[in-house]
Design a protein around this ligand. Structure first.
Ligand code: PGA
Length: 258
């Protein structure tokens, strides 16, 4: 089993250009080799180009959203070919904040995934249940439905390249992390659903991250779990020193498995 771990920072609506530059200079030359781990920073649109120019060997840059069409009269939107033209590598699709606050639906998520693959951008697809859904005991049902709708008509080869972030909504920005067992079980369920929808080989290759209040104090425990291949990290990814530690943890805990 060779799944390279992937640590992605999700900066959300934080960091001006100067702050982004400070970060990139602080991490440059300090991140582990890209042969051991994929290190990614997903930043807001206005700093993407300036980060891509300075990303260096071991860091890749991602966007946090995009439209599902190439171009058109969609005021305020940014498209996949626009991201590709500035050498962005990743794009977060379907983050729960976008689903909850910006009318993102499983249908638009699915269209965006198809478009991202068309332009050779690696999507990080976010799925996860609300607290109410977890308490009702329907977490797996919710995850299965999201996967069925979000991955509709994607090929095996595409899904092998996909990154899925399991982000329980109750754990995002709340300081309330899922225990490593709960996170591992959900990631394991997602993988078993990929077996059912595709096959064993595809499921063995798709990388599944956990996200939700990941920080330097809990990353080791999460990364030591077999089904968790990395993390999507909001708040704790904003500080350069912490970001480096988070990436190092993935390398240290996954080293024997890659
Ligand atoms: P958090 O955010 O790490 O600040 O909880 C995670 C995310 O929303 O991706």
């Amino acid at each position: 089993m060779k799944r390279r771990p992937i640590i992605a920072g999700n900066w959300k609506m934080f960091k001006t250009r100067d702050e982004a530059l400070q970060f990139i200079y602080a991490v440059s030359n300090k991140l582990p080799s890209k042969d051991l781990v994929d290190s990614v920073v997903c930043a807001q649109f206005t700093v993407l180009r300036c980060l891509v120019k300075r990303q260096g060997e071991n860091l890749r840059i991602g966007a946090q959203n995009m439209h599902y069409l190439d171009e058109g009269a969609y005021t305020g939107e940014v498209s996949a070919p626009m991201l590709k033209a500035i050498d962005v590598s990743y794009v977060i699709i379907g983050h729960s904040e976008r689903r909850a606050m910006f009318n993102e639906t499983d249908e638009t998520v699915n269209k965006k995934l198809h478009k991202a693959f068309e332009y050779d951008l690696t999507p990080i697809l976010c799925i996860g249940e609300t607290l109410e859904e977890r308490e009702k005991g329907i977490t797996e049902k919710v995850l299965a439905k999201q996967l069925e709708l979000d991955l509709k008509d994607l090929t095996k080869d595409q899904v092998k390249e996909l990154v899925i972030a399991y982000e329980p909504i109750w754990a995002i920005g709340t300081g309330r992390t899922a225990t490593s067992e709960v996170a591992n079980d959900a990631c394991g369920f997602i993988r078993s659903k990929i077996v059912e929808m595709y096959d064993e080989e595809t499921a063995a290759l798709v990388r599944i991250q956990y996200g939700g209040s990941v920080k330097t104090s809990n990353i080791d425990e999460l990364m030591s779990m077999p089904e968790i291949d990395g993390a999507l990290i909001g708040g704790a990814s904003l500080k350069a020193d912490d970001f480096i530690k988070l990436v190092e943890s993935a390398v240290n805990n996954k080293a024997e498995k890659v």
